[in-house]
Every structure is written in structure tokens, then in C-alpha cells.
Design a protein around this ligand. Structure first.
Ligand code: AMP
Length: 179
């Protein structure tokens, strides 16, 4: 890891709040809101992603509801790219394409507007955190189904022990902080 990257990791990690038993017993929740509230921390994260993707001709950043909207929106602006929200079922107003994905108990559905992505799009898929990888995998499939090319899947946090990135193979995956 380069010195500059180490500094980002050290600084930002000090702002990640670990909350035990949220939203339910046994889950250690990585709360990113203290980073968002720190102007230097938030800006460091967006700059890190921007430097990584600025020369990759990215046309759209796809953010996953809801924390993926925060990082994805800022990143899209910094790359002068468009932003595409992927939302839980029933939230988007126009015609959608959908993907069902597995949760710990049962399944849920993610949606994207049917005209949000075209076959010429070069895309960064963005979320705050990758755990099991099920959510990002569903979104990746949705994007590719619409003909978009995923250049990389970008996360602020990766929970290594859950091996979520394996679900995204052979796509490129990048995270800033690992636990
Ligand atoms: P997964 O599909 O298991 O990779 O879960 C990823 C989604 O759930 C992301 O949108 C995360 O924001 C959220 N998530 C899962 N586990 C955690 C956790 N331990 N702390 C914070 N967010 C989490």
C-alpha cells in the first residue's frame, strides 16, 4: 500500500463506529455516519475513488440504496458521470427492471429504471460496504442484463471473512478498508 493510501485508511478507520447487535443481535454494524460528518474524511474517500477512476472513461456510477447513494452520488459528480439509483421494490416511479436476491431469511427485490443504462455505459457499482456480496451481485447482474459494462465494484468497507468478492468474480472489486 502506498503512503498516501495508508494515511487515508488510518484516518478514515478512526471514524468508523462499530455498533454491536445492530440491527439485530449478533451483527456488528459498521456505521459510516461519523466519516460523513467529518469534512476531511468524506472528502478523502471520494478523492481516493476519483483518482482511481478518473482516467477510465466512466459514464455512470450505480449506487445501491441507501448508503451507496451518498458515496455514489458524490463520486459521480467528481467524475462528471451520471448517477443511477438502485432501489428496493416499489420506490422508483417509472418502468423498472428487477432482480430478486437472497437475504438471511427469505428474499427481496432490487429495481432500476429500465432506461437508466445503455450498452455504451462504462460503470462503477458503488456501495458503502460489501458483506456476503449478495446485494452487489444482484445489482451487477441487473446492470449487465441492460448491457452496461462494469469497470469495477467499489466499496468503502469490505468484510473479508465473508468472502463477498467471490460472488462478484470475475468482475474487479476494490475496497478502501478491510475488516
Ligand atoms: P451483503 O449483500 O451481505 O453484501 O450486504 C451488503 C449490504 O448490507 C450493504 O448495502 C451494506 O450497507 C449492508 N450491510 C451488511 N452488513 C453490514 C454491516 N455489518 N454493517 C453495515 N452495513 C452492512
Amino acid at each position: 500500500m502506498q503512503n498516501k493510501e495508508k494515511k487515508v485508511v488510518e484516518y478514515v478507520k478512526s471514524f468508523i463506529r462499530e455498533v454491536p447487535d445492530f440491527p439485530k443481535k449478533g451483527i456488528l454494524f459498521y456505521d459510516i455516519t461519523p466519516v460523513l460528518g467529518d469534512p476531511k474524511g468524506f472528502s478523502m474517500l471520494i478523492k481516493h475513488f476519483k483518482e482511481r477512476y478518473v482516467n477510465k472513461k466512466i459514464t455512470k456510477v450505480v449506487g445501491i440504496e441507501s448508503r451507496g447513494f451518498i458515496f455514489g452520488g458524490a463520486l459521480a459528480d467528481s467524475l462528471s458521470a451520471g448517477f443511477v439509483p438502485v432501489r428496493k421494490r416499489g420506490k422508483l416511479p417509472y418502468k423498472t427492471v428487477q432482480k430478486e436476491y437472497s437475504l438471511e431469511y427469505g428474499t427481496d427485490v432490487l429495481e432500476m429504471h429500465e432506461d437508466a443504462i445503455t450498452k455504451d455505459d462504462r460503470i462503477i457499482l458503488c456501495d458503502d460496504l460489501i458483506a456476503t456480496g449478495g446485494t452487489a451481485q444482484a445489482v451487477a447482474e441487473l446492470i449487465e442484463q441492460q448491457g452496461g459494462k462494469i469497470i469495477e465494484c467499489a466499496f468503502v468497507i469490505e468484510l473479508n471473512f465473508l468472502k463477498g468478492r467471490n460472488k462478484l468474480l470475475p468482475r474487479e472489486v476494490h475496497s478502501i478498508l478491510q475488516y
